[in-house]
Design a protein around this ligand. Structure first.
Ligand code: UTP
Length: 290
């Protein structure tokens, strides 16, 4: 039976963050601050604003800070209370009450597909979302909510996609598909990191997915590829052969925050939009001789 509602989200956060070394040597990439909130908090807030009730975070060694961030911080809260810092106290308390959190550890970074498989028992037999902290989507309607609407209409997996420049296709999973309307595509196949001349389209899969539990069986069938990693793309290719799956061009501005330049762009734009900092930051940027 196809279940309609998507209540669970998996956030894989056990990767090594090699593109961001050395900062990621002992600190999780997901905890990098975008102005004053860690990347993973933006992603959790997007999930919650999209109707997600349970957040399953896949962690690994050196990722303790993520669990602490979404837990209550007794001493800190006491201190803020004693010092009458009510508004920041409220904000800090809100973080631990965003959703029900559970954690599962991926013992070795064996790829995104493997990280998702690690959450199999916690997901159980229902549709679920996957959100990657690398992708921050600034959107009026949260990106995941846009995708859940598509899932509820078609009852099939939905991949968030974005158009990328020809020389960028080599960094992404690229879909081969048929256009259904200006934002929606049916996905026939996917190619992981193609050469620009062999890419079937300029539509790249980005870090938001609505998946169905059948994907676990498919990921179990996938043979480890380069570096012994189990690629999610390989599982999705099997899924696309077995039934319909959709690619959806999400509305909003996406930042590749797992990459240094993408992260800097996001930082500047989020700081400009920040109600407390924006004005002064804009005038500072204007004063720079570039
Ligand atoms: P990435 O490949 O972008 O992340 O995976 P990474 O491996 O941490 O970073 P680079 O590429 O080496 O710089 C996308 C997401 O999947 C998670 C990562 O934490 C990231 O959020 N991931 C990746 C896992 O949880 N486990 C893995 O084995 C691989």
């Amino acid at each position: 039976m196809i279940k309609d509602k998507v209540f669970k989200a998996v956030i894989p956060a056990a990767g090594l963050g090699t593109r961001f070394l050395p900062v990621t040597k002992a600190s999780p990439k997901e905890m990098l601050p975008l102005v004053d909130k860690p990347l993973i908090q933006y992603v959790v807030e997007e999930a919650v604003a999209s109707g997600i009730k349970e957040v399953i975070i896949v962690t690994g060694r050196g990722k303790r800070a993520i669990e602490d961030h979404f837990d209550i911080s007794f001493e800190l809260e006491e201190n803020l209370r004693e010092n009458g810092k009510k508004s920041i106290l409220k904000e800090i308390r809100k973080i631990s009450m965003l959703a029900d959190f559970c954690y599962v550890r991926q013992s070795k970074a064996k790829g995104l597909g493997h990280a998702i498989l690690t959450a199999k028992n916690l997901v159980g037999d229902e549709p679920f979302a996957v959100l990657l902290g690398d992708d921050i989507v600034d959107a009026e309607v949260p990106a995941l909510r846009q995708m859940i609407r598509i899932y509820e209409k078609y009852h099939a997996p939905v991949l968030a996609i974005a158009r990328v420049k020809k020389d960028e296709v080599k960094n992404y999973g690229i879909i081969k598909g048929e256009k259904i309307n200006s934002r929606l595509f049916s996905v026939e196949d996917l190619v992981e990191k193609p050469d620009p001349d062999d890419a079937p389209s300029d539509l790249a899969v980005i870090g938001r997915y609505i998946l169905v539990p059948e994907v676990f069986g498919m990921l179990e069938m996938v043979k480890p590829g380069k570096n012994g990693e189990i690629q999610l793309t390989d599982g999705l290719r099997i899924l696309a052969k077995r039934g319909p799956i959709y690619g959806y061009l999400v509305e909003g501005k996406r930042y590749d925050a797992g990459d240094k330049l993408g992260f800097l762009k996001a930082t500047v734009e989020f700081a400009l939009k920040n109600p407390d900092l924006g004005r002064e930051f804009r005038s500072y940027l204007g004063s720079l001789v570039l």
